[in-house]
Design a binder for this molecule. Structure first.
Ligand SMILES: *Cc1c(COP(=O)(O)O)cnc(C)c1O
Length: 426
């Protein structure tokens, strides 16, 4: 059984202050998990996690992760701005972008972020717009299928990211010619993977490639970046990834490949997003309607605009009807939001205890790629974000949008603007 990190009484108090829907985050869970990650990789002195900002771009959460020793992984101008504002500096910022606009490279260079190039043509582009730094990373795409234990995990051959193997060698040589002294190597080959062999398998590919690149070009490789991709158990029957087994698997491959090649100074980096915050967030909603037609529906006060993953990927998110955890799950519902879109369903044919209007319905594992993927379709407003602090108190870390926020970018007619957002534009 999947248990939520907040008790009903506690949640009732929070809801009195902050009306549903909102995303709630568990500070204690986030901190403990980050500490476990660092402990697991403590065999590698240079190890560093660069939290993927896109997963949960909230300054309060970024600061918590900063306190736990994490850097940030950015891929856009505003993610760089946010990281800078939160006090991340220089090599604490990884910039792993693609199809990168010039302004983004300029800001990344101004912040002295470590740039992880997505493409060989970006070498000339970066040189032209912002100059080439002494340390740079390249993203590798091996193509074909990515296989773990004879099972196809993903198809890099279909992915838009990275350099081919040939381009890596050429790119390293070109970059050396432009003054680069230290290199990083990066790859992201499978997303949301709870298989403990994912990182060790990726490590084997990247470590072997690093040894070859060093032999071919003489380049000094300073770090290898496994990017994100460690998954979380969204489903109750799924097993969680074991970070200690993962880190130990990587250590064995490191000792097998890098140590004999005299490359034991290589730092291991990660850019985990989902794994860092996913299980430590949930979407708190209230059941507001029942509807019984060809199927039985429960309508919530949240919709896909607050959590897009079920609509977008048919992703499973566990649902707890608060206070009814021990009752039999003997009612089948489609649990829906109010968008004029039939894919706005948090769950289809889900067995739950009988849901009553007013019940607090909690959707699990929204701590990463949850709020962040929200949107305003149908004029739905984004929800608030609340932090459950270690001392059990709740802190509003982002207010809910208001209609004025939604209308703020219009510049139409003064009287209309004034009516919608309550102030004049010009
Ligand atoms: C999305 C992304 C991540 C984080 O991925 P998760 O699946 O959340 O771990 C890390 N690095 C890059 C470059 C990404 O695009």
């Amino acid at each position: 059984m999947k248990k939520i990190f907040v008790e009903l009484d506690q949640l009732r108090d929070i809801v009195k202050e902050y009306p549903t829907p909102f995303h709630l985050y568990d500070e204690k869970g986030i901190r403990e998990n980050a500490r476990r990650l660092y402990e697991a990789f403590s065999w590698n002195p240079g190890f560093k996690e660069f939290f993927a900002v896109k997963a949960t771009p909230n300054p309060t959460l970024l600061k918590i992760l900063k306190e736990e020793g994490c850097g940030v992984d950015c891929s856009s101008y505003t993610e760089l701005m946010l990281s800078d504002a939160c006090g991340f500096e220089g090599s604490d910022i990884m910039f792993s972008s693609n199809v990168t606009p010039r302004e983004d490279f300029i800001l990344a260079r101004r912040l002295n972020a470590t740039i992880n190039l997505d493409d060989i043509t970006h070498i000339d582009f970066l040189e032209k717009v912002a100059g080439i730094p002494e340390t740079i990373s390249c993203r590798y795409n091996p193509g074909g299928d990515f296989v773990i234990n004879n099972q196809i995990m993903d198809t890099p051959g279909e992915a838009k990211y990275g350099f081919t193997r040939r381009q890596l060698t050429d790119g390293f040589k070109i970059l050396q010619g432009k003054g680069v002294k230290h290199f990083g190597l990066h790859a992201f080959l499978a997303s949301n993977n709870t298989d403990n062999n994912y990182y060790p398998t990726l490590a084997r590919i990247l470590f072997q490639t690093a040894v070859e690149l060093k032999r071919e070009t003489g380049a000094h490789i300073a770090f290898i970046n496994f990017s994100g991709g460690i998954g979380i158990p969204y489903r109750p029957e799924q097993e969680a990834a074991d970070i200690f087994a993962i880190a130990d698997g990587v250590r064995q491959v490191y000792e097998e490949i890098l140590v004999p090649a005299g490359m034991e100074d290589i730092a291991i980096y990660t850019e985990l997003g989902r794994y860092m915050t996913g299980p430590y967030g949930c979407l708190v909603t209230t059941a507001i309607h029942h509807k019984n037609i060809h199927k039985n529906y429960v309508g919530l006060d949240a919709c896909a605009a607050n959590l897009m993953r079920p609509a977008m990927y048919k992703a499973y998110h566990h649902i707890t009807v608060m206070g009814k955890e021990d009752l039999p799950a003997d009612h089948m519902y489609d649990v829906t939001g109010g968008l004029c879109e039939n894919n706005d369903k948090f769950a289809i044919d889900r067995m739950l205890p009988k849901v009553d209007i007013g019940d607090l319905v909690v959707i699990h594992d929204t701590g990463a790629h949850g709020y962040a993927m929200g949107y305003n379709y149908n004029g739905k407003l984004r929800s608030a974000e609340v932090l459950l602090r270690e001392d059990g108190t709740a802190q509003l870390i982002r207010r809910a949008e208001t209609p004025a926020d939604y209308f703020a970018t219009f510049d139409f007619d003064e009287s209309v603007n004034a009516k919608l957002i309550g102030k004049r534009f010009r």
